[in-house]
Design a protein around this ligand. Sequence first.
Ligand code: NAD
Length: 263
Amino acid sequence: MSSVDSNHTMPTQDARLAGRVALVTGAGAGIGRACALGFARAGAKIAACDISSDALELLAAELRAMGTSVYTATADVSAASDVASLFNGAAETLGPIDIALNNAGIASPLRPLAATREDDFDRVMGVNLKGVWLCMREALRHMEPRQAGVIINMASAMSFKSYPGSGLYTASKHAVAGLTKNTAVEYAQKGIRVNALCPGNVLTPLLELSVSQEVLDQLAAGHPVGRLGTPEEIAACATFLASEDSKFMTGALLSVDGGWTAL
Ligand code: NAD
């Protein structure tokens, strides 16, 4: 009998994004952080942006320890000049940008519509919609001359449904879905794919800080799988959308939500 266990296989190296430059916004925490690490594990160089420099430092140290080439920029995605510097700095440091994951987003305070405030509207739309628009526009300016690139927007299950009190967030995510589809069609013949991920509720600082434990439990129970998602489960789908495995996909709004929108 052979001493080699024929069922034992060496873990295969994931090289789906080998040598690609992937830019991730809101990479300091939650889903963005998991996606940056997931892209790096698949071989990508990472340009990471966040509004919080401390969170970025921690991520950069972790990425460098994995042997990943890293560029970081503290930037506010709702400011056009920050976004332009981010993309230009990333391309100058790491090379042309192949993948842009427009992930940075914020929650709106849970309030019925009559109690919503103008500053909340401006803040939520500024980050969630204007931020995605600015990052897509800049990504396209970098990608169009090469006729190649992948854009992934972080939409939400709230791109399809509603939740009482979350009108501003819901409106911003419906808008991201529309912008994704429209841009995908415009650039389909230019070698650039544009898709969106639509997560259900995922345990991250955004969710934990915006609702009570009681609401978290209700949300978990409301997903047909009976639990919240993990950032890594969203990152696995982001890597799929970033890779050639999804090369016939553009204009898709990919639900990753434990069945929540299928209810
Ligand atoms: P999070 O709050 O845990 O992390 C978001 C990161 O974005 C933070 O590091 C934050 O500092 C950064 N950020 C915030 N505003 C920024 C700005 N103006 N410029 C640059 N960076 C900024 O959030 P998360 O839960 O990981 O959410 C990430 C994305 O996923 C968001 O777009 C969110 O709407 C979306 N999403 C989250 C859930 C969920 O349940 N957590 C579900 C669906 C969609």
